[in-house]
Design a protein around this ligand. Structure first.
Ligand code: NI
Length: 260
């Protein structure tokens, strides 16, 4: 079986409290050989770090998502900077970015911490995991202003047009593609996936959210990623095996991990 890399998961989420170990133990059976658990705030980053220490095949990203930035204190920022530097299993800074859909933090606060965390990633030589919703232009502007291309990384749950994809590609970024690509109404995304070279695509679940068809609405997990790879293969008219194999190599490159 070809190995699959889930580049964006939230197994620290309470949705997995009842059966986390069981779910994680079962992933190998589905070919899932590596998972990066993504911090979505300080508490979630701490939990992601613990998971990555417990499970060999897991890595973590540490970061604060827009919506939780107002909660950052001197102490928690210090913890984040120090842990991101010294913890071996921390492979990225994320998820960080802008969310103008929920607007849970004032936009200037979102922008400030997006920039600060890009700078941290650059300083540590780690890639960034970008969360960007309804904010394509400002995301690109801030990334350019902070030379985010020097850090590199992934635009997670890519939801913008082909035109924006060009800007992110020019900065050398990967695109995280997940369950949404299997939704029937995801026409704009299908167009973007057709346009983005396979060399810049990685697979992600964003679990417990965004389960692919025919599991839409259920709890998502990495075992469903073959459904996402299948849909990408269909859109790009290439063999399923090619998509799985290439996205594995891409994910290892993204997180600077040696191949197994
Ligand atoms: Ni996420």
């Amino acid at each position: 079986m070809l190995p699959i890399f889930d580049t964006h998961a939230h197994y620290d989420d309470e949705a997995f409290d009842a059966d986390r170990d069981e779910v994680l133990q079962g992933l190998a059976m589905h070919g899932v050989a590596r998972v990066t658990d993504i911090g979505a705030g300080i508490e979630s980053s701490k939990a992601a770090l613990e998971l990555s220490k417990k499970w060999d095949f897991m890595y973590c990203a540490l970061g604060v998502i827009p919506g939780k930035c107002s909660e950052i204190t001197d102490e928690s920022w210090k913890w984040l900077c120090e842990s991101a530097e010294k913890e071996e299993k921390c492979v990225a800074i994320g998820e960080i970015g802008l969310d103008y859909h929920w607007d849970d933090d004032p936009r200037d606060v979102q922008a400030l911490w997006f920039g600060n965390q890009i700078d941290l990633a650059k300083k540590l030589g780690k890639p960034i995991v970008v969360h960007s919703r309804d904010a394509a232009k400002d995301t690109i502007d801030i990334m350019k202003a902070h030379s985010a291309g020097d850090a590199g990384g992934v635009i997670h749950c890519y939801s913008y047009t082909m035109e924006s994809a060009r800007d992110f590609l020019n900065m050398g970024f990967f695109f995280g593609i997940g369950g949404v690509v299997t939704f029937q109404n995801a026409k704009k995304l299908a167009e973007a996936v057709r346009f983005i070279p396979l060399s810049n695509i990685v697979l992600e679940t964003d679990c417990p959210y965004l389960a692919p068809v025919p599991h839409r609405g259920e709890r998502n997990y990495s075992g469903y990623l073959s459904l996402v790879a299948d849909r990408i293969a269909e859109i790009k008219q290439m063999p399923f095996e090619t998509v799985v194999e290439e996205t594995w190599h891409n994910a290892c490159r993204l997180y600077k991990l040696t191949e197994i």
